[in-house]
Ligand binder design. Structure first.
Ligand SMILES: [Zn+2]
Length: 60
């Protein structure tokens, strides 16, 4: 995977757009842009991801 060109985060946030749809904070995007220009999950509508890595859960 090539993540070099843009200053994208290593793990692009995967917001739940269903939750974000009615959110006024992120305007339905599910992500917000930080001062550093990074995208992160909207804290208002998106559940705290905590750690999505988990114990090597394979599959989809
Ligand atoms: Zn939101």
């Amino acid at each position: 995977m090539a993540y070099a060109s843009h200053r994208s985060p290593l793990r692009p946030p995967r917001p739940d757009l269903t939750l974000a749809r009615d959110c006024e904070q992120c305007l339905g995007w599910g992500t917000v842009v930080t001062r550093d220009g990074d995208h992160e999950l909207c804290h208002v509508c998106q559940p705290d991801p905590a750690d999505t890595e988990g114990p090597a859960a394979s599959g989809s």
